[in-house]
Design a protein around this ligand. Structure first.
Ligand SMILES: Nc1ncnc2c1ncn2[C@@H]1O[C@H](COP(=O)(O)OP(=O)(O)OP(=O)(O)O)[C@@H](O)[C@H]1O
Ligand SMILES: O=P(O)(O)OC[C@H]1O[C@H](OP(=O)(O)OP(=O)(O)O)[C@H](O)[C@@H]1O
Length: 225
């Protein structure tokens, strides 16, 4: 009986190249036409029993929760922000960064504090857990601008190299959580396609843990059961 392919939602942008490299090192020969900057949003590998599609990073967990993708690759930041009902299957250890509170070096606690962020859920939860009342302002990007122009006294944002903070005269005040990309799974797919999913996850885990490369010719690159 033919096995239904596994569908994997991949994030466009920063994570994409590293995720693709990981898939390739795990033995899946994904063609070059599937690139983050290409307009092509889907690719099927019939031999491998895999189908990929390219989604906005913030939307990956939605596709997986609704079951149009069996699996997805997504930053831990998105999982914490979106709180979707999905399984987190594997830490892929790619695209590392952290979520942090930042502000001007002169920052001091003041009445009616405002915090600008693209991640309002993470920010609300963090300040609530600290017993600090703040007004969280949801922004869509260029978050570092907010303290400079006086919209907010602090920000909650991703810090990777720290360059954006430095170039804007800001400093990290507190780290909230460290972030890497995760393999996530739809709950029903995890039951119905368990053998295929487990096989793919094990294969990725082997490469993640050992940083080894699986030769596609070593065995047929398939997740068919
Ligand atoms: N320096 C960084 N800035 C932002 N995200 C990073 C960084 N380093 C790693 N990441 C990871 O990459 C993901 C974001 O990727 P990207 O910046 O391509 O998307 P985005 O900013 O959400 O999308 P878009 O720019 O299309 O709105 C994050 O969810 C995070 O897990
Ligand atoms: O520590 P760094 O290496 O400088 O990286 C962190 C910066 O990168 C991201 O912004 P992005 O480039 O996604 O732009 P955005 O502000 O428009 O979201 C993030 O929001 C920080 O601003």
């Amino acid at each position: 009986m033919a096995v239904e392919p596994l569908t994997i939602a991949m994030p466009k942008g920063r994570i994409f190249e590293e995720a693709l490299d990981l898939m390739r090192r795990s033995g899946f020969a994904i063609p070059d036409e599937f690139a983050s900057d290409s307009r092509k949003l889907t690719v099927t590998l019939p031999e491998a029993g895999l189908q990929f599609f390219l989604a906005k990073p913030m939307d990956v967990a939605i596709y997986v929760e609704y079951g149009v993708a069996d699996l997805g690759v997504v930053g831990k930041d998105v999982l914490l922000e979106e709180q979707r009902d999905v399984y987190e299957l594997l830490d892929l250890r790619i695209s590392p960064c952290k979520m942090a509170v930042a502000g001007l070096p002169s920052w001091k606690p003041a009445p009616n504090p405002r915090v600008a962020t693209k991640y309002p859920v993470i920010a609300e939860n963090y300040f609530k857990s600290r017993g600090e009342q703040v007004e969280v302002i949801k922004m869509n990007g260029s978050i570092e601008l907010a303290p400079i122009v006086g919209l907010a006294d602090r920000i909650v944002d991703i810090v990777s190299t720290g360059q954006t903070l430095r170039e804007n005269g800001l400093v990290e005040l507190e780290e909230i959580v460290s972030v890497t990309s995760r393999l996530i799974g739809n709950r029903a797919s995890y039951r119905m396609k368990n053998t295929q999913i487990q096989k793919l996850s094990d294969r990725l885990a082997e490469v993640v843990q050992g940083s080894e490369t699986i030769d596609p010719n070593r065995e047929r690159s398939t997740v068919d059961s």
